[in-house]
Design a binder for this molecule. Sequence first.
Ligand code: BTN
Length: 249
Amino acid sequence: IGKNIYYFEEIDSTNDYGKIVAQKPFEDGDIIIAESQNKGRGRFSREWVSPMRKGAYLSILLKPQISFEKITRLTIITALAVCSALEDHIQKKVEIKWPNDILINQKKICGILTEISGEVDKINYVVIGIGININLDIEDFDESLATKASSLKIETGKIQNRKEIVQKILSIFDEYYDDFLNDENYESIIDEYRKKSYLIGRNVEVRIYNNDSIRARVLDIEKNGALKVELENGEIRDLLSGEVTLSTS
Ligand code: BTN
């Protein structure tokens, strides 16, 4: 990981730049990193607030020779790498909200945006974008985010070293990615992910991609990365993607 690093003071979005890099030959694990983004993107076409030198905004460009169904594993190892690195760095409990939000004190600190180009049996490239709210202040967040999002600085009361955090994440990701490519240790990786999973045992509302919403209780994370839930009518379902919010009742 990190044979080539593309570094910018400001960019539209590191994920978008990753897609440009991917148009020419590139190394597996090239990194795009920026001090700020003016069009940072989140999942579901949301904006990702990316103020100058306050967060970490980076993308990892990969070209693994794998089938589509294994892509979920990439998201799992990324979430785990971020979670472990942060936990190590700030000595606080860090949790993963399936599939790939990272929470501290139930607030979102980091989001991951995985984008894929290719066909089912032939992947051209994968861009994994990681955005971490490191030294953001409350004022940096929109009012609508104030109750849901936070930063390491807000949660620890201290300015955190952005470079150290990014380096730690990349070195842990590097190890997991090796295992991923060699098909090794997956059982223990998914176990680790389960242990850090915020949702297991909770009641949730799941928004599926067509905007339908279902209420359910989370039973487990399956081996393939799916969220195993029990619906109100007792039916058990595996959810492969979607957005989960906690039920208020
Ligand atoms: C989410 O939680 O919705 C995903 C957020 C992903 C944000 C990162 S910041 C670096 C990369 N570039 C982007 O435009 N988005 C991702």
